[in-house]
Design a protein around this ligand. Structure first.
Ligand code: 6PG
Length: 468
Protein backbone atom coordinates (compact mmCIF):
# COMPACT_ATOMS: atom_id res chain seq x y z
CA UNK A 1 0.00 0.00 0.00
CA UNK A 2 1.50 3.31 -1.10
CA UNK A 3 1.46 6.50 0.93
CA UNK A 4 -0.71 9.60 0.33
CA UNK A 5 1.84 12.27 1.13
CA UNK A 6 5.61 12.68 1.18
CA UNK A 7 7.66 15.12 3.20
CA UNK A 8 11.35 15.95 2.90
CA UNK A 9 13.09 17.51 5.90
CA UNK A 10 12.30 15.96 9.27
CA UNK A 11 13.23 18.88 11.51
CA UNK A 12 10.65 19.99 14.09
CA UNK A 13 8.36 21.54 11.46
CA UNK A 14 8.56 18.56 9.10
CA UNK A 15 8.05 15.96 11.79
CA UNK A 16 5.09 17.84 13.23
CA UNK A 17 3.52 18.37 9.82
CA UNK A 18 3.75 14.66 9.00
CA UNK A 19 2.15 13.66 12.31
CA UNK A 20 -0.61 16.20 11.62
CA UNK A 21 -1.20 14.63 8.17
CA UNK A 22 -1.40 11.19 9.79
CA UNK A 23 -3.78 12.43 12.50
CA UNK A 24 -6.12 13.51 9.75
CA UNK A 25 -6.43 10.08 8.17
CA UNK A 26 -3.77 10.28 5.44
CA UNK A 27 -0.70 8.10 5.30
CA UNK A 28 2.58 9.97 5.14
CA UNK A 29 6.16 9.09 4.32
CA UNK A 30 9.14 11.16 5.42
CA UNK A 31 12.65 11.55 4.12
CA UNK A 32 15.73 13.02 5.71
CA UNK A 33 19.42 12.24 5.23
CA UNK A 34 19.86 12.17 9.00
CA UNK A 35 19.20 8.59 10.21
CA UNK A 36 18.42 9.81 13.73
CA UNK A 37 15.57 11.98 12.49
CA UNK A 38 14.21 9.13 10.40
CA UNK A 39 14.37 6.76 13.37
CA UNK A 40 12.74 9.32 15.68
CA UNK A 41 9.81 9.79 13.32
CA UNK A 42 9.31 6.05 12.87
CA UNK A 43 9.25 5.63 16.62
CA UNK A 44 6.82 8.48 17.19
CA UNK A 45 4.47 7.82 14.31
CA UNK A 46 5.12 4.22 13.42
CA UNK A 47 2.60 2.75 15.82
CA UNK A 48 -0.21 4.03 13.66
CA UNK A 49 1.23 2.26 10.58
CA UNK A 50 0.35 5.46 8.73
CA UNK A 51 3.75 7.05 9.07
CA UNK A 52 7.01 5.76 7.72
CA UNK A 53 10.36 7.27 6.77
CA UNK A 54 13.60 6.51 4.98
CA UNK A 55 17.03 8.02 4.48
CA UNK A 56 16.94 6.80 0.87
CA UNK A 57 15.38 9.22 -1.58
CA UNK A 58 14.60 6.36 -3.97
CA UNK A 59 12.76 4.31 -1.35
CA UNK A 60 10.92 7.45 -0.31
CA UNK A 61 9.75 8.34 -3.84
CA UNK A 62 8.77 4.75 -4.65
CA UNK A 63 6.63 4.59 -1.51
CA UNK A 64 4.33 7.39 -2.70
CA UNK A 65 1.00 7.19 -4.55
CA UNK A 66 0.90 8.90 -7.96
CA UNK A 67 0.69 11.72 -8.71
CA UNK A 68 3.21 12.05 -5.90
CA UNK A 69 2.71 14.90 -3.50
CA UNK A 70 6.06 15.82 -1.99
CA UNK A 71 6.39 18.69 0.42
CA UNK A 72 9.76 20.19 1.32
CA UNK A 73 10.22 21.67 4.77
CA UNK A 74 13.89 22.56 4.54
CA UNK A 75 15.68 25.89 5.06
CA UNK A 76 15.18 28.40 2.23
CA UNK A 77 18.04 28.80 -0.23
CA UNK A 78 20.38 26.36 -1.98
CA UNK A 79 19.07 23.36 -0.03
CA UNK A 80 15.73 23.65 -1.83
CA UNK A 81 17.49 23.41 -5.21
CA UNK A 82 19.59 20.49 -3.98
CA UNK A 83 16.53 18.56 -2.78
CA UNK A 84 14.73 19.20 -6.09
CA UNK A 85 17.76 17.86 -8.00
CA UNK A 86 17.87 14.77 -5.79
CA UNK A 87 14.17 14.09 -6.45
CA UNK A 88 14.26 14.59 -10.23
CA UNK A 89 15.80 11.24 -11.28
CA UNK A 90 13.08 9.37 -9.37
CA UNK A 91 9.84 11.29 -9.89
CA UNK A 92 7.53 11.29 -12.93
CA UNK A 93 5.65 13.79 -15.06
CA UNK A 94 2.60 15.08 -13.25
CA UNK A 95 4.12 14.71 -9.78
CA UNK A 96 3.84 17.66 -7.40
CA UNK A 97 6.58 19.29 -5.35
CA UNK A 98 5.54 21.78 -2.67
CA UNK A 99 8.10 24.09 -1.08
CA UNK A 100 6.73 24.87 2.37
CA UNK A 101 9.61 27.12 3.44
CA UNK A 102 10.09 30.89 3.41
CA UNK A 103 11.70 30.92 -0.04
CA UNK A 104 12.27 34.23 -1.77
CA UNK A 105 9.52 34.59 -4.36
CA UNK A 106 11.76 35.03 -7.39
CA UNK A 107 13.49 31.74 -6.49
CA UNK A 108 10.08 30.10 -6.58
CA UNK A 109 9.38 31.55 -10.05
CA UNK A 110 12.73 30.26 -11.29
CA UNK A 111 12.08 26.78 -9.87
CA UNK A 112 8.53 26.74 -11.19
CA UNK A 113 9.70 27.53 -14.73
CA UNK A 114 12.47 24.93 -14.52
CA UNK A 115 10.12 22.20 -13.32
CA UNK A 116 7.32 23.24 -15.68
CA UNK A 117 9.61 22.25 -18.58
CA UNK A 118 9.86 18.79 -17.05
CA UNK A 119 6.05 18.59 -16.53
CA UNK A 120 6.49 18.61 -12.75
CA UNK A 121 4.07 20.81 -10.80
CA UNK A 122 5.75 23.12 -8.35
CA UNK A 123 4.08 24.97 -5.48
CA UNK A 124 5.43 27.61 -3.18
CA UNK A 125 3.30 27.27 -0.08
CA UNK A 126 4.04 29.44 2.93
CA UNK A 127 3.25 27.68 6.20
CA UNK A 128 2.67 29.81 9.27
CA UNK A 129 2.15 28.93 12.88
CA UNK A 130 5.50 27.65 14.08
CA UNK A 131 6.09 24.16 15.41
CA UNK A 132 2.78 24.01 17.26
CA UNK A 133 0.90 25.18 14.19
CA UNK A 134 2.51 22.50 12.03
CA UNK A 135 1.42 19.87 14.54
CA UNK A 136 -2.10 21.10 15.32
CA UNK A 137 -3.11 23.22 12.34
CA UNK A 138 -1.15 25.90 10.48
CA UNK A 139 -2.33 28.53 8.05
CA UNK A 140 -1.11 27.47 4.59
CA UNK A 141 -0.62 29.83 1.63
CA UNK A 142 -0.17 27.79 -1.57
CA UNK A 143 0.52 29.20 -5.02
CA UNK A 144 1.11 27.22 -8.22
CA UNK A 145 -0.85 25.31 -10.85
CA UNK A 146 -4.57 25.50 -10.20
CA UNK A 147 -5.37 22.10 -11.67
CA UNK A 148 -2.61 20.39 -9.67
CA UNK A 149 -3.96 22.02 -6.50
CA UNK A 150 -6.95 19.66 -6.62
CA UNK A 151 -4.61 16.81 -5.66
CA UNK A 152 -3.25 18.49 -2.54
CA UNK A 153 -6.40 20.33 -1.52
CA UNK A 154 -8.00 17.52 0.56
CA UNK A 155 -4.82 16.99 2.58
CA UNK A 156 -4.12 20.70 3.11
CA UNK A 157 -7.72 21.42 4.08
CA UNK A 158 -7.66 18.57 6.57
CA UNK A 159 -4.38 19.56 8.26
CA UNK A 160 -4.84 23.33 8.29
CA UNK A 161 -6.15 25.40 11.17
CA UNK A 162 -9.91 26.02 11.16
CA UNK A 163 -11.68 29.31 11.74
CA UNK A 164 -15.25 28.50 12.75
CA UNK A 165 -14.91 25.33 10.73
CA UNK A 166 -13.45 27.02 7.62
CA UNK A 167 -9.99 25.74 6.65
CA UNK A 168 -7.18 28.29 6.80
CA UNK A 169 -5.81 27.34 3.41
CA UNK A 170 -6.88 28.25 -0.11
CA UNK A 171 -5.44 28.25 -3.59
CA UNK A 172 -4.05 31.78 -3.82
CA UNK A 173 -2.76 32.13 -7.37
CA UNK A 174 -0.13 31.05 -9.88
CA UNK A 175 3.66 30.84 -9.59
CA UNK A 176 5.22 32.51 -6.56
CA UNK A 177 1.98 34.04 -5.23
CA UNK A 178 1.94 31.76 -2.16
CA UNK A 179 5.48 32.65 -1.15
CA UNK A 180 4.80 36.32 -1.82
CA UNK A 181 1.73 36.30 0.41
CA UNK A 182 3.70 34.54 3.15
CA UNK A 183 6.49 37.12 2.79
CA UNK A 184 4.05 39.98 3.36
CA UNK A 185 2.46 38.00 6.21
CA UNK A 186 5.89 38.04 7.82
CA UNK A 187 6.34 41.76 7.09
CA UNK A 188 3.08 42.40 8.94
CA UNK A 189 4.31 40.03 11.67
CA UNK A 190 7.45 42.16 12.10
CA UNK A 191 5.27 45.29 12.31
CA UNK A 192 2.89 43.88 14.93
CA UNK A 193 5.78 42.54 17.03
CA UNK A 194 7.50 45.93 17.00
CA UNK A 195 4.27 47.70 18.00
CA UNK A 196 3.66 45.28 20.85
CA UNK A 197 7.19 45.80 22.15
CA UNK A 198 6.71 49.59 22.08
CA UNK A 199 3.54 49.42 24.13
CA UNK A 200 5.31 47.15 26.64
CA UNK A 201 8.10 49.75 26.91
CA UNK A 202 5.64 52.61 27.30
CA UNK A 203 3.61 50.92 30.04
CA UNK A 204 6.82 50.21 31.92
CA UNK A 205 8.45 53.60 31.51
CA UNK A 206 5.52 56.00 31.59
CA UNK A 207 3.26 54.00 33.92
CA UNK A 208 5.64 52.00 36.14
CA UNK A 209 3.74 48.83 35.23
CA UNK A 210 5.27 45.66 36.67
CA UNK A 211 5.52 42.50 34.59
CA UNK A 212 2.57 41.04 36.52
CA UNK A 213 0.49 44.12 35.81
CA UNK A 214 1.39 44.02 32.12
CA UNK A 215 0.55 40.32 32.05
CA UNK A 216 -2.93 41.27 33.30
CA UNK A 217 -3.19 44.15 30.85
CA UNK A 218 -2.26 42.06 27.81
CA UNK A 219 -4.60 39.22 28.86
CA UNK A 220 -7.41 41.73 29.27
CA UNK A 221 -6.64 43.19 25.84
CA UNK A 222 -6.55 39.73 24.36
CA UNK A 223 -10.11 39.21 25.55
CA UNK A 224 -11.20 42.33 23.65
CA UNK A 225 -10.83 43.77 20.16
CA UNK A 226 -7.03 43.34 20.28
CA UNK A 227 -7.50 39.57 20.48
CA UNK A 228 -4.53 38.10 18.62
CA UNK A 229 -1.86 35.46 18.88
CA UNK A 230 0.91 38.03 19.45
CA UNK A 231 -0.96 39.83 22.26
CA UNK A 232 -1.80 36.45 23.81
CA UNK A 233 1.80 35.21 23.84
CA UNK A 234 3.00 38.59 25.12
CA UNK A 235 0.77 38.11 28.14
CA UNK A 236 2.20 34.62 28.68
CA UNK A 237 5.79 35.81 28.20
CA UNK A 238 5.28 38.48 30.87
CA UNK A 239 4.40 35.94 33.56
CA UNK A 240 7.20 33.50 32.77
CA UNK A 241 9.55 33.15 35.73
CA UNK A 242 13.27 32.80 35.21
CA UNK A 243 14.54 29.35 36.18
CA UNK A 244 18.16 30.05 35.32
CA UNK A 245 18.87 33.44 36.87
CA UNK A 246 19.96 33.96 40.45
CA UNK A 247 17.15 36.30 41.50
CA UNK A 248 14.34 34.10 40.11
CA UNK A 249 12.70 37.16 38.58
CA UNK A 250 10.96 37.31 35.22
CA UNK A 251 12.68 35.71 32.25
CA UNK A 252 11.82 38.59 29.90
CA UNK A 253 14.05 40.93 31.94
CA UNK A 254 17.08 38.71 31.36
CA UNK A 255 16.73 38.37 27.59
CA UNK A 256 19.30 40.28 25.53
CA UNK A 257 17.62 43.10 23.60
CA UNK A 258 19.05 42.23 20.17
CA UNK A 259 16.43 40.86 17.76
CA UNK A 260 17.56 38.49 15.03
CA UNK A 261 15.97 38.11 11.61
CA UNK A 262 16.02 35.67 8.75
CA UNK A 263 15.10 38.10 5.98
CA UNK A 264 11.37 37.91 5.22
CA UNK A 265 10.58 41.29 6.83
CA UNK A 266 13.43 42.96 4.99
CA UNK A 267 12.30 41.39 1.69
CA UNK A 268 8.81 42.77 2.26
CA UNK A 269 10.19 46.29 2.69
CA UNK A 270 12.62 45.96 -0.21
CA UNK A 271 9.93 44.74 -2.57
CA UNK A 272 7.47 47.41 -1.39
CA UNK A 273 10.09 49.97 -2.42
CA UNK A 274 10.39 48.29 -5.82
CA UNK A 275 6.63 48.45 -6.25
CA UNK A 276 6.45 52.03 -4.98
CA UNK A 277 4.05 51.15 -2.17
CA UNK A 278 4.67 52.76 1.22
CA UNK A 279 4.85 50.34 4.18
CA UNK A 280 6.60 52.48 6.81
CA UNK A 281 5.26 50.50 9.78
CA UNK A 282 7.02 47.43 8.37
CA UNK A 283 10.16 49.34 7.30
CA UNK A 284 10.68 50.71 10.78
CA UNK A 285 10.22 47.27 12.34
CA UNK A 286 13.11 46.02 10.20
CA UNK A 287 15.21 49.08 11.08
CA UNK A 288 14.53 48.58 14.79
CA UNK A 289 15.88 45.02 14.63
CA UNK A 290 18.98 46.53 13.04
CA UNK A 291 19.26 49.26 15.68
CA UNK A 292 18.80 46.61 18.36
CA UNK A 293 21.84 44.82 16.94
CA UNK A 294 24.05 47.87 17.61
CA UNK A 295 24.06 47.13 21.32
CA UNK A 296 27.66 48.19 22.00
CA UNK A 297 27.21 51.50 20.20
CA UNK A 298 23.91 52.06 22.02
CA UNK A 299 25.59 51.56 25.38
CA UNK A 300 28.28 54.05 24.38
CA UNK A 301 25.79 56.61 23.07
CA UNK A 302 23.56 56.25 26.13
CA UNK A 303 26.41 57.64 28.23
CA UNK A 304 26.85 60.67 25.97
CA UNK A 305 23.31 62.01 25.92
CA UNK A 306 20.95 62.90 28.72
CA UNK A 307 17.42 61.69 28.67
CA UNK A 308 14.52 63.69 30.07
CA UNK A 309 13.08 62.65 33.41
CA UNK A 310 9.94 60.75 32.47
CA UNK A 311 6.67 62.35 33.44
CA UNK A 312 4.45 59.53 34.67
CA UNK A 313 0.90 59.04 33.49
CA UNK A 314 -2.08 57.77 35.42
CA UNK A 315 -2.02 53.98 35.12
CA UNK A 316 -5.67 53.49 34.20
CA UNK A 317 -5.58 56.27 31.64
CA UNK A 318 -2.32 55.09 30.12
CA UNK A 319 -3.63 51.55 29.82
CA UNK A 320 -6.73 52.77 27.98
CA UNK A 321 -4.76 55.03 25.62
CA UNK A 322 -2.18 52.31 24.94
CA UNK A 323 -4.93 49.87 23.98
CA UNK A 324 -6.30 52.40 21.52
CA UNK A 325 -2.89 53.26 20.07
CA UNK A 326 -2.04 49.59 19.63
CA UNK A 327 -5.37 48.88 17.96
CA UNK A 328 -4.94 51.92 15.68
CA UNK A 329 -1.38 50.89 14.74
CA UNK A 330 -2.36 47.26 14.13
CA UNK A 331 -5.00 48.47 11.66
CA UNK A 332 -2.50 50.72 9.88
CA UNK A 333 0.05 47.89 9.63
CA UNK A 334 -2.45 45.44 8.13
CA UNK A 335 -3.61 48.24 5.80
CA UNK A 336 -0.08 48.74 4.49
CA UNK A 337 0.65 45.04 4.02
CA UNK A 338 -2.63 44.42 2.21
CA UNK A 339 -2.07 47.48 0.05
CA UNK A 340 1.25 45.95 -0.98
CA UNK A 341 -0.44 42.63 -1.78
CA UNK A 342 -3.08 44.33 -3.92
CA UNK A 343 -0.39 46.13 -5.90
CA UNK A 344 1.89 43.09 -6.21
CA UNK A 345 -1.10 41.13 -7.51
CA UNK A 346 -1.32 43.48 -10.50
CA UNK A 347 2.42 43.77 -11.02
CA UNK A 348 3.07 40.01 -11.00
CA UNK A 349 -0.33 38.88 -12.37
CA UNK A 350 -1.11 36.88 -9.24
CA UNK A 351 -4.81 37.69 -9.39
CA UNK A 352 -4.97 37.60 -5.59
CA UNK A 353 -8.23 37.75 -3.71
CA UNK A 354 -7.51 39.82 -0.60
CA UNK A 355 -10.70 38.58 1.13
CA UNK A 356 -9.49 34.99 0.83
CA UNK A 357 -6.07 35.93 2.20
CA UNK A 358 -7.56 37.77 5.19
CA UNK A 359 -9.79 34.74 5.80
CA UNK A 360 -7.00 32.17 5.83
CA UNK A 361 -5.08 34.39 8.26
CA UNK A 362 -7.91 34.32 10.82
CA UNK A 363 -6.51 31.20 12.50
CA UNK A 364 -3.31 29.17 12.61
CA UNK A 365 -0.81 31.85 11.59
CA UNK A 366 1.35 34.20 13.66
CA UNK A 367 -0.64 37.32 12.67
CA UNK A 368 -4.04 35.77 13.43
CA UNK A 369 -6.24 38.33 15.15
CA UNK A 370 -9.85 39.21 15.74
CA UNK A 371 -9.27 42.19 13.45
CA UNK A 372 -8.88 39.88 10.45
CA UNK A 373 -12.56 38.99 10.59
CA UNK A 374 -13.37 42.72 10.19
CA UNK A 375 -10.74 43.05 7.49
CA UNK A 376 -12.11 40.15 5.47
CA UNK A 377 -15.59 41.67 5.73
CA UNK A 378 -14.30 45.03 4.49
CA UNK A 379 -12.78 43.38 1.40
CA UNK A 380 -15.83 41.21 0.94
CA UNK A 381 -17.91 44.39 0.70
CA UNK A 382 -15.47 45.93 -1.81
CA UNK A 383 -12.99 43.52 -3.35
CA UNK A 384 -11.11 46.30 -5.17
CA UNK A 385 -10.60 48.37 -2.03
CA UNK A 386 -7.21 50.07 -2.55
CA UNK A 387 -6.62 50.65 1.16
CA UNK A 388 -8.36 49.58 4.36
CA UNK A 389 -8.45 53.23 5.43
CA UNK A 390 -10.94 53.89 2.64
CA UNK A 391 -13.36 51.24 3.89
CA UNK A 392 -16.54 52.38 5.64
CA UNK A 393 -16.01 49.38 7.97
CA UNK A 394 -12.88 51.01 9.39
CA UNK A 395 -13.58 54.74 9.56
CA UNK A 396 -15.08 54.66 13.07
CA UNK A 397 -12.44 52.27 14.40
CA UNK A 398 -9.71 54.63 13.22
CA UNK A 399 -11.42 57.87 14.22
CA UNK A 400 -12.05 56.66 17.75
CA UNK A 401 -8.45 55.57 18.38
CA UNK A 402 -6.29 58.12 16.59
CA UNK A 403 -6.73 60.73 19.37
CA UNK A 404 -5.06 58.57 22.02
CA UNK A 405 -2.36 57.63 19.54
CA UNK A 406 -1.53 61.32 19.06
CA UNK A 407 -1.39 61.93 22.82
CA UNK A 408 0.90 58.97 23.46
CA UNK A 409 3.23 59.76 20.57
CA UNK A 410 3.52 63.35 21.82
CA UNK A 411 4.11 62.22 25.41
CA UNK A 412 6.69 59.65 24.36
CA UNK A 413 8.53 62.17 22.17
CA UNK A 414 8.64 64.73 24.97
CA UNK A 415 9.93 62.11 27.39
CA UNK A 416 12.50 60.38 25.23
CA UNK A 417 10.69 57.05 24.85
CA UNK A 418 11.07 55.69 21.30
CA UNK A 419 7.74 54.74 19.68
CA UNK A 420 8.92 54.40 16.09
CA UNK A 421 6.30 51.91 14.93
CA UNK A 422 3.37 53.72 16.49
CA UNK A 423 4.55 57.14 15.33
CA UNK A 424 5.28 55.85 11.81
CA UNK A 425 1.77 54.41 11.72
CA UNK A 426 0.35 57.75 12.83
CA UNK A 427 2.46 59.68 10.31
CA UNK A 428 1.40 57.32 7.54
CA UNK A 429 -2.21 57.93 8.51
CA UNK A 430 -1.78 61.72 8.59
CA UNK A 431 -0.03 61.75 5.22
CA UNK A 432 -2.37 59.25 3.52
CA UNK A 433 -5.38 61.26 4.64
CA UNK A 434 -3.98 64.65 3.52
CA UNK A 435 -5.37 65.93 0.25
CA UNK A 436 -2.48 68.38 0.08
CA UNK A 437 1.10 67.47 1.02
CA UNK A 438 4.15 69.75 0.86
CA UNK A 439 5.68 67.76 -1.98
CA UNK A 440 4.89 70.66 -4.32
CA UNK A 441 8.02 72.21 -2.82
CA UNK A 442 10.06 69.13 -3.68
CA UNK A 443 8.84 69.37 -7.28
CA UNK A 444 9.88 73.04 -7.32
CA UNK A 445 13.32 72.15 -5.95
CA UNK A 446 13.74 69.40 -8.54
CA UNK A 447 12.84 71.79 -11.28
CA UNK A 448 15.08 74.50 -9.80
CA UNK A 449 18.29 72.46 -9.70
CA UNK A 450 17.70 69.92 -12.42
CA UNK A 451 14.99 71.19 -14.79
CA UNK A 452 13.00 68.09 -13.88
CA UNK A 453 9.71 69.90 -14.70
CA UNK A 454 6.47 69.91 -12.73
CA UNK A 455 2.73 69.75 -13.22
CA UNK A 456 0.28 72.43 -12.06
CA UNK A 457 -2.96 72.32 -10.12
CA UNK A 458 -4.72 74.76 -12.42
CA UNK A 459 -3.48 73.81 -15.90
CA UNK A 460 -2.82 70.59 -17.83
CA UNK A 461 0.69 69.99 -19.12
CA UNK A 462 4.35 69.82 -18.14
CA UNK A 463 6.04 73.02 -16.99
CA UNK A 464 9.54 74.28 -16.41
CA UNK A 465 10.61 77.60 -14.93
CA UNK A 466 13.90 79.49 -15.28
CA UNK A 467 14.08 80.02 -11.52
CA UNK A 468 17.00 82.43 -11.33
C1 6PG B 1 5.47 31.93 10.83
C2 6PG B 1 6.76 32.63 11.06
C3 6PG B 1 7.91 31.75 10.67
C4 6PG B 1 9.25 32.17 11.23
C5 6PG B 1 9.61 33.60 10.94
C6 6PG B 1 10.65 34.13 11.87
O1 6PG B 1 4.66 32.50 10.11
O2 6PG B 1 5.27 30.84 11.37
O3 6PG B 1 6.80 33.80 10.31
O4 6PG B 1 7.91 31.63 9.27
O5 6PG B 1 9.26 31.95 12.59
O6 6PG B 1 10.07 33.65 9.64
O7 6PG B 1 11.27 35.16 11.24
P1 6PG B 1 12.52 35.92 11.77
O8 6PG B 1 13.51 34.89 12.21
O9 6PG B 1 12.98 36.69 10.57
O10 6PG B 1 12.03 36.77 12.88
Amino acid sequence: EKYDFGLVGLGVMGRNFILNVADNGFSAYGHDLDPEKVAALKEEGGHEAKVNASTSIKTFVQALKEPRKIMLLVPAGKIVDAVIESLLPHIDRGDIIIDGGNSFFTDTDRREAYLHDKAINFFGAGVSGGAKGARLGPSIMPGGSKSAYQHIKPIFEAVSAKYKGEPCVAYLGPKSSGNYVKMVHNGIEYGLMQLTSEVYDLLKKAGDFSNEEMHDTFSKWNAGRLQSFLVEITSKILEQKDELGLDKGHLVDQILDKAKQKGTGKWTSQNAMDLGIPVPSIDIAVSMREISGLKDERIEADKLYDRPEIEKLDKKELEKMAEEALYFSFIITYAQGLHQLADASKEYNYNLDITTIAKIWRAGCIIRAGLLADISEAFEADKDLPNLLLSSHFIDKVKSTVGSTRKLVAHAAANGIPLPGISNSLTYFDAYTSSRLPLNLIQAQRDFFGSHTYERLDKEGIFHTEWE
